[in-house]
Design a protein around this ligand. Structure first.
Ligand code: AMP
Length: 811
């Protein structure tokens, strides 16, 4: 470790030290005068970071001979001459005035009024505003430690007060001689389980990983040392990192440099200067997501990136050329099937926790069981590694930014398909273990396989596997392997397509109930002859749904082709579609709050799977109550992929000339500009949530007092603090009112007018499963009813009928 280049060389100050550390009401510190803290550690005054006329008010070390500024007040608005004055005002604030015209250039805020406001520079380097001699930090009117610049001094909190919303984070200087905010920030991110995140603009460049009780998962070297102690506090009110010096005569600080490196440096003496103690990012494996999803980085390996065992490069050619950014995909996709389990990877930096969930009281076994029971859960581990481990941390969605450490790495249990559980080997040279949760013994598995083989053999008598070749939009050909049923079997099962077996009618024709020989109940969708559009939707449905498997998507059992006839065979959903419950006075009473909550959660997970976790990554485009089917246990299953579209790796939105969807569920950007993205599905989901909570359709909603639709009505009630009035009165007792109000809040966040404002489905799933504070929703898109106009609320051609429509061709 060598001496660092001296950061701030040419500071110019004109010094007239004043032997006080405090100024009282209406007293001033003029440019050239300096306040000194009582113990002589810090000074406050005006300075220039170079030999220009730009003057800033700042705090610097008194005992460090190389002028090192740790805090700047007016970092964005320098004075252009030496007329600046710092003053305590009668509002209890500190203000920098431009002496020549007494304009306030910068001012602190104040939490309350004070009779005798005083400013004091403490020996910690904290500039505080207090009332008289009240030295209780709880009562400070304001303190510079709450507004850090590029330096974290001992005792400063890096993190958030979740009650007041105060977010203390580091932001680098623009350059060594420009204290204005540069590109880099280092901030505690509260999403999922908190971690410190270094960003350049909005792009993540490094993260510390979550706190594991001893250290941040990404700082294996953090441990007891002679220089400083540290803590991470995370409770209902606060979450922050803080350190204190073991020996207060040592000068040590954490600084975020203009080049984005975060360093701990210790002052030695005039000859040695500041000496580097530790730095992050440490090496290229610390570059955020270097190896992409499910890729793992090991700095001692060449090449550094390798797919985790059970995964293969998504784009092998790019991967071989050391472009690892697209990461890896599973060798065997997950389908939320029985027999899935977990593989233990050891010695890792835990993946990005922004999509995680945690529970402090669960043990590892319970944690595994919860993860297994949730189809979107991809990994778990202990929250705290002390004393053999405790607590539970779960990940949802893809795992990203994993690296391997030689020492102090952690264990991560990653969900795998049943067939992947038996393999051996982990990261190269490391042992891998596999973990099956529950009581499935290997004998059980063998038995299960036997039974499955027998079942499949029996099925084979009825069906033969067929391949249908269809074109995806964009001309890409997809071969779809689908079990084919013979026509005679299907015809017999449906009583020769008897009208008495009719279940309903959808996008491409009639749907019949059928019963196969083994008593298995099925639903048969029969494509109407001569239906042009229907044929497209039929192909679409085959392509998408045959490739997807999730507990919350309807399952396609097979197809049937007979002359010109085409049919699809699904598992039968005895409780039909959701609309038949929620909008029906009597049946809606069967859906109590618990059931409604579970239904909303299930739909959210199904949609998250489509958007993020499925192989094709799909936008449904026609999510509505009619397209959510319910099985005998009221588990919701998203159906009807007639107009769904898949989108590529980095693609986030697409444009269509043919807007198809359903009145009342379409987002403004899709209905008006033909722009669809996962966020248009989020909008439809939001509408659905508000419909489930209120028991009323958005489309055709009317209210005696206004002409708003359901979205506008819900938003108005929310803004007036009357959300309770939205709740469906036909549902019995509400045992958990805050949960229902939370649903309304989530629904309103999803229907916000701007697509970027709406949360992703992974955030929605998290919002539904945690009790974190939710943001306040902005105005919804399309919130006025028919007959009224409003720029964002104009419904244009929207009026009510229940079926999926094509809005217009061409634009
Ligand atoms: P769809 O073409 O998917 O919109 O289906 C039209 C209607 O048929 C639905 O609203 C349901 O009432 C019924 N239906 C469709 N699929 C099933 C199924 N798998 N089980 C039971 N009913 C179904």
């Amino acid at each position: 470790m060598g001496a660092l280049p001296t950061l701030l060389l040419v500071f110019s100050i004109f010094r007239i030290s004043i032997a006080v550390d405090t100024i009282a009401l209406n007293q001033v510190v003029r440019d050239g005068e300096i306040l000194t803290s009582a113990g002589g550690s810090f000074e406050l005054g005006f300075f220039s970071p170079d030999d220009s006329n730009r003057r800033y008010l700042g705090i610097w070390y008194k005992k460090v001979s190389t002028m090192t500024v740790v805090w700047v007040a007016n970092r964005e608005i320098p004075l252009n001459d030496s007329s600046g004055v710092l003053k305590v005002t009668d509002q209890g604030t500190l203000a920098i005035l431009n002496g020549s015209n007494t304009n306030i250039l910068w001012s602190s805020n104040s939490s309350r009024s004070a009779r005798n406001p005083t400013a004091q520079l403490l020996d910690s380097g904290n500039l505080v505003m207090k009332d008289g001699n009240d030295d209780n930090p709880e009562n400070f009117l304001w303190q510079s430690f709450d507004y850090p610049c590029n330096t974290l001094l001992p005792g400063m909190k890096l993190g958030r007060n979740t009650v007041t919303g105060l977010d203390r984070y580091l932001s680098a200087w623009k350059s060594v001689d420009d204290p204005s905010k540069g590109n880099f920030t280092y901030r505690l991110d509260p999403s999922g389980y908190p971690q410190l995140i270094l960003r350049k603009g909005s792009a993540v460049t490094f993260r510390s990983g979550p706190w594991n009780g001893l250290r941040f998962s990404g700082f294996p070297e953090l441990g007891s040392n002679p220089v400083y102690t540290y803590e991470f506090v995370f409770n209902e009110k606060e979450m922050y990192f803080r350190y204190e010096l073991v020996n207060s005569s040592v000068v040590s600080r954490l600084v975020l440099n203009p080049d984005g490196s975060k360093q701990r440096v210790n002052w030695i003496d005039r000859t040695h200067g500041w000496i580097l103690y530790s730095s992050a990012p440490m090496d290229s494996c610390d570059s955020y997501a270097l190896c992409g999803v499910y890729g793992s980085c090991n700095i001692n390996r060449s090449p550094k990136c390798e797919c985790m065992e059970g995964f293969v490069p998504k784009f092998p050619n790019d991967w071989d050329m050391a472009d690892w950014s697209n990461g890896c995909v599973r060798s065997t996709p997950l389908g939320c099937q029985n027999g899935e389990g977990f593989v233990k990877f050891s010695g890792v930096k835990l993946p990005d926790t922004r999509n995680s969930w945690f529970n402090r009281s669960m043990d590892l076994k319970e944690c595994a069981a919860v993860c297994l029971s949730n189809c979107s859960c991809t990994a778990y581990t202990n929250l705290d590694i002390r004393d053999g481990g405790s607590g539970c941390l779960l990940w949802f969605g893809d795992l990203i930014d994993i690296r391997e450490f030689n020492e102090n790495g952690q264990e991560l249990y990653v969900r795998m398909a049943a067939s992947e559980l038996g393999r051996s080997g982990n990261f190269k040279g490391k042992k891998r273990e596999w973990v099956i949760v529950g009581s499935v013994s290997s004998l059980g598995i063998i038995l299960l396989c036997l039974l499955l083989t027998l079942y499949l053999l029996k099925k084979k008598k009825l069906r033969k596997k067929g391949t249908m070749g269809y074109n995806l939009e964009g001309g890409q050909k997809e071969d779809v392997e689908l079990p084919l049923f013979d026509f005679a079997t299907v015809s017999k099962a449906t009583n020769h397509f008897s009208i008495h077996n009719k279940l309903g009618e959808g996008g491409f024709g009639l749907v019949y109930k059928g019963t196969l020989q083994e008593e298995q109940e099925i639903a048969v969708k029969r494509l109407s002859k001569n239906s042009g559009q229907g044929l497209n939707e039929f192909k679409n449905e085959v392509i998408y749904i045959s490739k997807l498997q999730h507990r919350n998507l309807v399952r396609l059992l097979g197809g049937c082709i007979h002359d010109e006839e085409k049919m699809l065979i699904y598992e039968y959903m005895p409780n039909k579609s959701l609309d038949s419950f929620i909008f029906d006075k009597t049946r809606s009473m069967e859906l109590d709050w618990n059931k409604r909550f579970l239904i909303i959660n299930g739909i959210a997970r199904g949609l998250l799977y489509l958007h993020q976790d499925s192989r094709l990554r799909i936008i449904h485009r026609d999510l509505k109550a009619d397209n959510v089917l319910l099985d005998e246990e009221m588990t919701p299953k998203i159906s009807d992929f007639g107009i769904a579209r898949s989108f590529g790796g980095n693609e986030t939105e697409a444009n269509t000339k043919r807007v198809v969807g359903t009145y009342g569920y379409m987002s403004p950007e899709y209905a008006i500009d033909g722009l669809y993205s996962t966020k248009s599905d989020v909008f439809s989901f939001g509408v659905l949530v508000l419909e489930i909570v209120s028991g009323k359709r958005n489309r055709g909603f009317s209210h005696p007092d206004h002409s708003l639709n359901l979205l506008g009505h819900a938003w108005t009630l929310y803004m007036e603090g009357r959300s309770m009035e939205l709740i469906d009165s036909s549902v019995g007792d509400i045992h958990n009112l805050s949960q229902v109000l939370r649903l309304i809040n989530v629904g309103l966040l999803c229907v916000q007018c701007g697509p970027d404002e709406r949360p992703s489905m992974s955030s929605v799933v998290l919002m539904l499963s945690s009790d974190s504070t939710l943001p306040q929703p902005k105005e919804p898109g399309f919130f006025t009813g028919r007959g009224s106009t409003s720029s964002s609320g104009n419904q244009g051609p929207f009026s009510g009928n229940g079926i999926t429509i094509t809005m217009f061709d061409g634009r």
